[in-house]
Design a protein around this ligand. Structure first.
Ligand code: SF4
Length: 328
């Protein structure tokens, strides 16, 4: 297994005594070469989980408890140089907006040079020509002209900036790349081209990818496996090809599915999910989705459902644990 996370809890502590549970009790494994999507409404904890998996959490977010092992090393406990060395060998994060990831007063080539020099392998020396050559190679991978190397972020379009940010993520040849809403704020044509490029890179270079998105259609189209999050918890986890209406299990997944146009069908009927997500500063002793769930039964308001193996995936819903109890 490339990465294993267990019992991960991430808390935001915005002020004295305030605790907001952004990620709750997440257990997750990522295999080598897998392309996994994490989907859910804004505030469901998907980006925070992505930051936790790459050890990029910054205050007021803290990893409250849990273990995150990358190739068997608990990266949650690594700090300073040890974390930098592990990051050099392992994982990268592509942020929502290329502009946020790039320094406005440095050219793209300077970004690449800074990165390579900050993480040299033993005996490696990066001369100006070596950086330029690696830069040209990276620009080719993300389908940008080599002339982009001498340009500054403000001289590039949103799509080009995002490609440059992906080139930076690829520079150290990581085994895992987390893409946090990489196509947000781009128009649909640029979005589709960028996603095609990401899919192509993932297949040709073989890295493990995690795509975080609020857009179910983007996730279903690109990934091998889809994880659905609600109120900080994983509520469903199954192969993307099995995420079709007659096989979906969790009522939230079903509701979410109704909010998006499935590119695999001709019929488009868009629905909304009534109600609002719960207050994440409160403990959840019941099913957080119960007030919005049209299938809720008594136990849903008393007991929190556990994530169980159901039909080739994992689902956290009493409907399935109750059905299993009746059968046994
Ligand atoms: Fe709905 Fe109950 Fe399942 Fe929660 S546990 S999603 S309330 S049926």
């Amino acid at each position: 297994m490339l990465l294993e996370a267990s019992g991960v809890n991430v808390v935001y502590q915005p002020g004295r005594g305030e605790r907001i549970w952004a990620v709750r009790d997440v257990d997750l494994s990522l295999r080598e070469g897998e392309f996994v999507g994490i989907v859910g409404e804004s505030g469901c904890g998907k980006s925070t989980l992505g930051f936790a998996l790459t050890q990029m959490l910054r205050p007021p977010a803290v990893l409250d408890s849990g273990m995150i092992a990358f190739r068997g090393t608990d990266i949650a406990s690594l700090k300073g140089d040890k974390l930098r060395r592990q990051r050099r060998r392992g994982f990268a994060l592509v942020l929502q907006s290329g502009m946020n990831a790039l320094n406005p007063v440095r050219s793209i080539e300077r970004h690449i040079g800074d990165l390579l020099k900050a993480h040299p392998l033993p005996g490696e020396h990066w001369s100006g020509e070596a950086i330029r050559s690696r830069g040209r190679e990276l620009m080719g991978m993300v389908e940008l002209d080599a002339s982009v190397l001498s340009r500054f972020p403000h001289e590039l379009s949103g799509g080009m900036r995002q490609r440059a940010a992906i080139a930076l993520a690829l520079a150290l040849e990581p085994e895992l790349i987390v893409f946090d809403e990489p196509t947000t704020a781009l128009d649909v044509i640029v979005q589709a081209a960028l996603m095609d490029m990401i899919k192509g890179l993932q297949r040709s270079r073989g890295f493990t990818a995690v795509l975080i998105s609020h857009d179910m259609s983007v996730v279903l189209d690109a990934t091998d496996r889809t994880i659905v999050m609600y109120a900080g918890r994983i509520v469903e986890d199954r192969r993307s090809v099995d995420m079709v209406p007659d096989r979906i299990h969790h009522p939230y997944t079903e509701a979410l599915f109704g909010c998006y146009a499935d590119p695999r069908t001709d019929e488009v009927v868009l629905l909304d999910i009534p109600g609002t997500p719960p207050d994440l500063s409160l403990a959840d002793h019941d099913c957080s989705f119960a007030p919005r769930c049209t299938s809720a039964i008594d136990i849903c308001f008393r007991e929190r459902p556990r994530l169980c193996d159901v039909g080739g995936g994992r689902v956290a819903c009493h409907l399935y644990s109750e059905a299993r109890r009746e059968v046994s």
